[in-house]
Design a protein around this ligand. Structure first.
Ligand SMILES: Nc1ncnc2c1ncn2[C@@H]1O[C@H](COP(=O)(O)OP(=O)(O)OP(=O)(O)O)[C@@H](O)[C@H]1O
Length: 437
């Protein structure tokens, strides 16, 4: 999903809109042994920026393409929640695949937004259509019907991949239809598309956006995925609808995301690395259940048992979330997602974006600033000012920061596994609930 951050991708896919150059040494140049490594902010603007970095020389220029932020949700319905999930977290006693539980107990928010008609969050709809995930081959007629010939009124967003439409299949399933940009000069789009399809058709989890099918016909490349109606996590942290996401909801969302990534990393035989975990890639349901989206950058991880690691030909991800070790070695492992998850945890606590170009220099890299405050005993100064300073919130905040600090370790061997992160968050929530009453 779109965010006002800087996005790294390969092949100059998005460099057409105002590319500027940046040496690769300036990316992540402010390393610290103790604090999380983050890119320099001085060159970033508050708009979404895409960076391509070829890895073969390490001296190639990084191309930054500034994209305009276009985010508009049309009217929408509640997406069907899956009946079950294939999650399997093994035999941990303290960690019983909680992500398969129903939404019961979660409070509903933003339902009042339906009174605004075509609000960004849309209205709750008790649709009974629950479509199984899977790879359906659609034809153009299906897509034209579903989108009313790509009606502009059904456009719900636009990203690097292309335009996103809300659509309705003939069986009534409400879907998001992602139509790839037609760029004949883009040699990578076909490969990216097929990579996304291969990844999407294999996975199914309550906290991952479901994949319904695809279409590849000439220049036309289309993905049909689950429609998630309640906006992105970033929009909620920005209080776009005027509501503040409370601490308990943030903790729940962190756990949902933790489960989704754990599932990807523990995927039988072939672990999957997401590579672009960020708040704008996390979609929320009406019940504030989180669903991780955008597998365009996902690649199958290396066979960890053989000790092999995936050596990328291109660095991909979003500035502010990027693992410094991946940036310097081009070796991609699951721990790069763990690093991004650490950044996300800080984002949940502070409400701030990973890079805040308008803040004074020492506060610009949010994770660095927050971890510094945490290690000097002043974590409370970084808690989102819109959140209550209760004992439960303060204690949970300290515990989340303890975990974030580990996730943000400069060297991947010092970071926990995603499964460990989810287990820790699970126990933080247990204690939080006991204290909050
Ligand atoms: N499954 C979905 N359900 C509901 N809305 C969606 C869905 N997927 C995308 N959107 C909307 O469309 C917008 C664009 O999404 P898309 O994933 O194409 O691009 P992006 O992630 O914003 O861009 P980038 O490619 O730079 O990450 C999102 O911000 C969101 O508002």
């Amino acid at each position: 999903m779109k965010s006002p951050n800087t996005q790294f991708s390969g092949g100059g896919r998005r460099s057409s809109s105002g590319a500027v150059s940046m040496s690769s040494s300036s990316v992540g140049s402010r390393t610290s042994d103790r604090l999380p490594h983050s890119p320099s902010t001085s060159t970033y603007s508050s708009t979404t920026t895409t960076i391509s970095q070829k890895s073969n020389s390490g001296r190639n220029p990084v191309i930054i393409a500034v994209k305009s932020v276009v985010e508009a949700f049309a009217s929408c319905f509640t997406p069907p929640e899956p009946k079950s999930s294939s999650t399997n977290f093994g035999d941990s006693d303290s960690f019983k695949a909680p992500s398969v539980a129903s939404d019961g107990g979660r409070k509903k928010r933003h339902s009042s937004s339906s009174s605004r008609g075509r609000s960004i969050y849309g209205s709750e709809n008790n649709s009974t259509h629950t479509k199984e995930a899977g790879s359906i081959k659609f034809n153009m007629e299906d897509i034209y019907k579903a989108t009313k010939n790509f009606s502009p009124s059904l456009k719900i967003g636009q990203g690097g991949f292309g335009i996103v439409y809300k659509g309705c299949l003939t069986d009534g399933t409400v879907v998001a239809i992602k139509r790839a940009k037609k760029n004949i000069h883009d040699k990578h789009s076909g490969a990216e598309f097929r990579s996304e399809v291969r990844t999407l058709e294999k996975i199914e989890h309550l906290n991952l956006v479901k994949f319904y099918g695809f279409l590849e016909h000439g220049e036309e490349k289309i993905l049909v995925v689950e429609y998630v109606s309640n906006g992105t996590l970033r929009e909620h942290l920005d209080s776009v609808d005027g509501n503040v996401l409370d601490f308990a909801s943030r903790l729940d969302i962190g756990i949902d995301v933790g489960h989704a990534i754990t599932y990807l990393h523990m995927y039988t035989d072939h672990p999957i690395i997401h590579r672009d975990i960020k708040s704008s890639n996390i979609l929320l349901t009406e019940n504030l259940r989180a669903k991780v989206a955008d597998f365009g950058f996902a690649r199958l991880a290396a066979d960890t048992e053989s000790g092999a690691t995936h050596v990328s030909t291109q660095v991909k991800g979003t500035a502010g979330y990027l693992d410094p070790e991946y940036l310097s070695t081009y070796q991609l492992t699951e721990k790069s997602d763990v690093y991004s998850f650490g950044v996300l945890l800080v984002e949940l606590v502070t409400g701030r974006r990973p890079i805040e170009p308008k803040k004074e220099i020492k506060e610009r890299i949010t994770a660095r600033w927050a971890m510094k405050k945490f290690t000097s005993g002043d974590a409370i100064l970084t808690l989102d000012p819109r959140l209550e300073r209760s004992a439960a919130n303060s204690l949970a905040m300290e515990k989340i920061y303890e975990l974030a600090l580990q996730c943000l370790a400069p060297h991947r061997q010092n970071r926990p596994t995603m499964r460990k992160c989810a287990e820790i968050l699970w126990s933080i929530r247990k204690n939080y609930r006991e204290l909050a009453g």
